[in-house]
Structures are given as structure tokens and as C-alpha cells.
Design a protein around this ligand. Sequence first.
Ligand code: AMP
Length: 188
Amino acid sequence: MRILILGPQGSGKGTQAKRLAASHGIAHVSTGDILRAAVAEGTELGRRVAPILERGDLVPDELMIDLIRERLEHEDGFVLDGFPRTLAQAEALDSMLASIGKPLDVVLLLQVSDEVSSERLLGRALEEGRSDDTPEVIANRLRLYHELTQPVIARYREAGALIEIDGERSIDEVEAEIERALAGTRER
Ligand code: AMP
């Protein structure tokens, strides 16, 4: 199964992606996790992207596309989290998956309001001390989400591929709704 999960920061998509990966025995491919690991390891990629992550800006498309191509080529089943964030990334993803004969089975969108998204992120900042969870950086990331990632959502919605899930409920309720939605797509 190949799943794409979309949603703003704080929508719980990382948490749900981890659960989906575990329950379906597929890989959790999170670009945020991959980049943070590169920063922590001090690799060349990490040194390059560290200041970008620190500001909450987006890493250049070409770099992200190369990174994800390498990663997805080796996976049959995956839940993709954090990519695509721009239309250029979405187009590259669709054509790369088509060319390796592994199209997405389902695209999920976790919907939460800006207020809930910001509140959850500020809470996480206090708990985890992530350096990209300061109020200014959170606002920047939300702005970029509306500007650059909303068009990606519109693209999948227009293609009729999007399943929208209310992300403002508890983690378990959201998970149950996702599993029901996935069961529904298998029956179609
Ligand atoms: P995340 O954990 O998904 O919120 O990602 C953390 C940070 O990594 C983001 O704020 C961006 O700086 C960077 N990042 C992750 N995924 C992407 C992507 N697809 N395109 C550009 N930058 C990304």
C-alpha cells in the first residue's frame, strides 16, 4: 500500500503516519525526520539544510526531489509524510511514481484549523524543545503551508484522489477514521 498523508504542522500527521506504517507493515518516509537526522549526523546535506530548518523555510525543490526519489525507489509500500510541499514536488512525485509503476493508492488530508495547529505546535515546543517550534518560526511554516502547500492539496482534490479527515479529534479517533477510509478504498 502506498499512502500520502497531507496536513499542516500540528495536524498529527507524523503520529498517524507512524501508526499506519506499523499497522500496515510499510515504511514511514518522513522528509522532516530524514532532514533532522542529517543535521544531527552532521552530513553534508545536514550542514546545508540546518539553517533552512532553523528558520522554518523550505529546502529547495531539486534537493528534496532527489532525496525522495532515492528513498522511494527502494520501497514497495510506504506512507509518505512531509512531501510534497510544493506543486513542483507534487508533479515530480507523480511522474516518478508513474515511471516506476508504483502510483499512490490513497491521499489523506488531516484537516485542522490554524488555531489548533499553532496551539499544538507551541505545546510541542515546550515539551520537546524543537528549535523550529518558536512562535515566529511556527507562523512562518504556517504561512508557507497556505502559500505553497494548499495548491498541492487542490491538485489532489481536483484529481478526485483526496480523502479528508477531521484532525481535531483524539489520536485514536483520527486513526479509526483513517482505517475506515482505507477499508472503503479497498472495497471500491
Ligand atoms: P516537518 O517535520 O515535516 O515539519 O519538516 C521540518 C522542516 O524540514 C520543514 O520546516 C522544512 O524546513 C524541511 N522540509 C521537510 N520536508 C520538506 C519538503 N518536502 N520540502 C521542503 N522542505 C522540507
